[in-house]
Design a protein around this ligand. Structure first.
Ligand code: 2AM
Length: 181
């Protein structure tokens, strides 16, 4: 059975991606997420069959949801003592995220129950950090703690396929869904 690695996410305006990419590049460690890949993941679906994907697509096309006003504010490390990534926190997408998780369940794609912490991943870190790197990271977070982008509206979300390659993931937009009303 052929499966596709998929996720649902909010795309970000070009100007926002530029600002976030600059922020990620200001940190002299880890792997910055390529500017074109910056997004806010709403639901990671993992490997999905074409039949489930088709059902989900039909459900999402029938779904109504208003535009999302996103606020990106505050840098945070995810992954505990040995952080896996640095992200900027995002508020405003919780209601839409809940709807999408329900839509996925109705399409036969049950998702693990996890508290949603909206964020945009900016940088990924290797499993083991060199000595001193954590301190450097702490200083960077302190200096950028007040980072806050002006709120902006997002008028659609998208279903993406994630193609994994040794040089990094390539994201393909499979479908877009308007947020209106
Ligand atoms: P992230 O922004 O939280 O890192 C596409 O791979 C997106 O799906 C990534 O940006 C990542 O969101 C999310 N993702 C990838 N693997 C995941 C996993 N195993 N569990 C949850 N989310 C995952």
């Amino acid at each position: 059975m052929v499966c596709v690695r998929c996720f649902l996410a909010l795309p970000l305006p070009e100007a926002t991606r530029e600002t976030l990419a600059d922020l990620a590049h200001a940190l002299p460690m880890g792997r910055p997420v390529p500017e074109e890949n910056l997004h806010l993941t709403l639901a990671f679906l993992d490997e999905v069959t074409h039949d489930d994907l088709e059902r989900l697509h039909e459900g999402l096309e029938a779904m109504c949801a208003p535009p999302v006003t996103l606020t990106l504010s505050g840098l945070e490390l995810f992954g505990g003592k040995s952080p896996a990534l640095m992200a900027i926190l995002a508020s405003g997408a919780d209601a839409l995220q809940g709807k999408l998780v329900r839509a996925a369940g109705q399409a036969g794609i049950p998702l693990p129950r996890r508290r949603f912490r909206g964020h945009v991943t900016l940088t990924r870190f290797p499993r083991r950090m060199e000595p001193g790197q954590l301190d450097k990271l702490g200083l960077f977070l302190q200096s950028e703690a007040a980072t806050r982008l002006p709120p902006f509206e997002v008028g659609h979300f998208a279903l993406y396929a994630s193609h994994l390659h040794p040089e990094g993931a390539r994201h393909e937009v499979l479908a877009q869904y308007p947020l209106e009303g």
